[in-house]
Design a protein around this ligand. Structure first.
Ligand code: AMP
Length: 515
């Protein structure tokens, strides 16, 4: 953006980097017409806050999914999102200068920017931002993901990406010339279900969900009923029933993926199920709110539950079996044998929830024992849990490959969690301090701060900016031992925070490397 604006005659001040202190942002904004914030979404509000509210400059962000409120409370706020993929600066400047489309909102100056770049613009109101951004992601990122699938399947038949790309270009031209429905060709448009079945037989099971979903989209465009049944998972309530199904699958050589959850599923769980889907032939999602991991006075009775919604999400994400036992099925008698952790469990969340991780390890050991040889998918969001479960599988030689998956977040950086449902709107607005604190801590570590205590104090200070937050811990630890690193901080460092907002106890974490 800076290069493109300079090219068309704007005076562009030097770009302020990640490490710029807030004072420098304020100084830079003092005598300019426009401050453009080009940070990750989660940092936009902080950078905007560093500009004096009295500054006369317009303050605009370049984020697709955020509204004007992200740069409030400045008198002149704006948003300017180039609807173009900008993989690096040189390509970016070229594309911006080629007259691309921009989504604009707020102060008029961003329309001037678009006019000077020779671009075209359309207005997107705050309430439509997420849908707008979703459309852009589908048109760009999902297209790339789809081409990844075309490349993989093509490679199976010795067809290279270059040949397929020519097909893509011609198809896009057809869409422009003829419109979507008329440009559609292929078996789903013709209603040729036999060919679709032959395709499915020829390609790897991991390719099926995407192929099926897009065949459905093609049918929809062609005005045909969606005839192929979506993958409806079987709900299984008993251990015996689940074992019988797994036995049958394994004797057919199928790889099994397991996603243990407590239900009230959201996009974070969904990402685990989709990962399991892409790596296995049979995917089991377990839904069980495990009483052993709740202490007296915790939210076991109130933990949110919605099995119908969970089943729909499991179906969309491609699960085959939803294992949803009741308490009596899992614990028919008072439990005598439990897993007891010797290390890892009495620090961080274990310090404020004594016995919690023994309860988690016990139910996970039971699930691993019921499901048997499998890959099991856990979120990095619960980093301590992931570390403990990985270690338990090793220590007890369980035939399970434990796979950690990245944390899925809201646009403002809040990690998705079933417990976010407890937050009031004020608490929800302030809950983004968790991510801000982690980023502030990571910036210190990466800038070379050697003292873990200083990093922890910085994270705690950011959290205490939120009046409704009650901090449980803010820690900088070794990612393997979960203990505070010896000074100076070295190598990989994991930053973790736990914060209470009203009845919700939220956790989050971030990895970084000592600089
Ligand atoms: P829960 O239902 O809270 O026990 O979570 C079940 C699994 O989903 C655990 O492995 C969590 O770490 C994972 N999970 C929860 N929230 C997220 C998220 N926001 N992103 C990725 N994984 C998550």
């Amino acid at each position: 953006m800076a290069a493109a604006l300079a090219e068309v005659g704007w005076q562009v001040r030097p770009i302020l980097g990640r490490a710029a202190p807030p004072g420098e942002v304020a100084a830079a904004a003092a005598d300019v017409d426009l401050v453009l914030i080009a940070t990750p979404d989660a940092a936009v509000a902080d950078v905007a806050a560093a500009v004096e509210p009295t500054a006369t400059a317009a303050v605009a962000h370049l984020a697709g999914a955020l509204g004007l409120d992200a740069v409030a409370p400045h008198p002149r706020t704006a948003a300017l999102h180039p609807l173009v993929a900008l993989p690096d600066a040189a390509v970016g400047a070229r594309r911006l200068l080629a007259g691309c489309w921009f989504a604009v909102a707020g102060d008029r100056i961003v329309r001037q920017v678009v006019a000077d770049l020779g671009g075209r613009s359309f207005e997107v109101a705050d309430g439509d931002r997420a849908a707008y951004h979703a459309a852009a992601v589908v048109a760009s990122n999902h297209l790339v993901a789809l081409l990844g699938q075309a490349e993989r399947i093509g490679a199976q038949a010795g067809v290279g990406l270059a040949a397929l790309l020519d097909l893509v270009r011609a198809t896009v031209d057809n869409v422009e010339e003829l419109g979507l429905a008329a440009a559609l060709t292929g078996p789903a448009a013709r209603g040729d279900e036999a060919t679709i079945e032959r395709h499915l037989g020829a390609i790897a099971p991991a390719e099926h969900p995407a192929y099926r979903a897009l065949a459905d989209e093609a049918r929809r465009l062609a005005g045909r009923a969606v005839t192929v049944p979506v993958n409806r998972p079987v709900t299984e309530g008993t251990i015996g029933g689940l074992c019988a199904r797994l036995h049958k699958a394994r004797s057919g050589g199928h790889r099994v993926g397991l996603v243990p959850t407590m239900g009230f599923l959201h996009a974070g769980h969904r990402s685990l199920i989709e990962r399991a889907r892409s790596e296995n032939d049979l995917v089991v999602v377990s839904i069980f709110v495990n009483p052993l991991q709740f202490n007296p006075g915790e939210d076991f009775d109130d933990y949110p539950r919605d099995l119908d919604h969970d089943l729909a999400l499991c179906a969309q994400a491609g699960a085959d079996i939803v294992f949803a036992p009741d308490q009596h099925e899992m614990y028919p008698e008072p439990v005598t044998t439990t897993v007891r952790l010797r290390t890892l469990a009495d620090v961080l969340c274990g310090a404020s929830r004594p016995g919690h991780f023994d309860g988690v390890a016990t139910v996970v050991a039971k699930l691993f024992s019921i499901v048997g040889e499998c890959s099991a998918y856990f979120g990095e969001k619960d980093f301590q849990q992931l570390a403990i479960v990985s270690r338990m599988a090793k220590d007890l030689s369980l035939p399970v490959r434990v796979v950690g998956c990245p944390t899925v977040r809201e646009p403002d950086g809040l990690a998705l969690s079933s417990r976010n449902a407890y937050l009031s709107s004020d608490e929800r607005a302030q809950a983004r301090v968790l991510r801000r604190a982690l980023e502030a801590g990571a910036a210190l570590v990466e800038a070379g701060e050697p003292d873990g205590a200083v990093v922890e104090a910085r994270m705690a200070a950011v959290i205490s900016d939120a009046p409704l937050a009650r901090i449980d811990y803010a820690a900088a630890v070794s990612p393997t031992t979960l203990t505070r690193s010896r000074q100076p901080l070295q190598g990989d460092v994991r930053l973790l925070v736990a914060v209470r907002f009203g009845k919700a106890r939220l956790i989050d974490n971030l990895g970084c490397r000592a600089g």
